[in-house]
Design a protein around this ligand. Sequence first.
Ligand SMILES: [Zn+2]
Length: 194
Amino acid sequence: MQKIIWEVQYLSPPLAVRYCKKCGKKSEYICSRLFRVNAQRKYLDIWLIYKCSHCDTTWNATVYSRIKPQSLSPELLEQFYTNDSKLVEQYAMDIELLRRNGAEAGLPSYRITGDEICIGKPTELHIICKYSCQLKISTILREKLYLSQKTFTQMLACGQIKSSPGLDLKKCKLHSEVVLTRGSDTGHPAKEKY
Ligand SMILES: [Zn+2]
């Protein structure tokens, strides 16, 4: 059995989708990759700043609210003050942070890397993503295998693509890793367009 690994890589942080007062409608906010730290004597507030992609209105997503300054290490606090790129990435890629702040996470731009599946060979396919992925597994499979919705549904129905039990491959989103298997049939060559 050939083992193939695909990785979904984000090319940008997810957009924050929320209502913009100035635009008067739902808008996509882009992560500025900057923190804002407000330190008062007793409390500390830290936000990650987003900007409306249409009108540049700023929106602050709360990272920490009214915490005691001593609850963060001086090193970590310094990283917030200096917009340390790794720390920015950690928060900007966290879709739960957006949800906690009342925004939806928009789909980031992405690419799928990994070898093509060799037609006719039984395959164990691992699809991985470093971040909690917004993408449906079906989208990844169809995009990388050039499958129409109809063909994909047929392949699922006759068991040509299988996942671990209980996973609905039509609806399920990718969470860090999924392992799929593909039979050795040649009835539906993976790369052929339908
Ligand atoms: Zn706006």
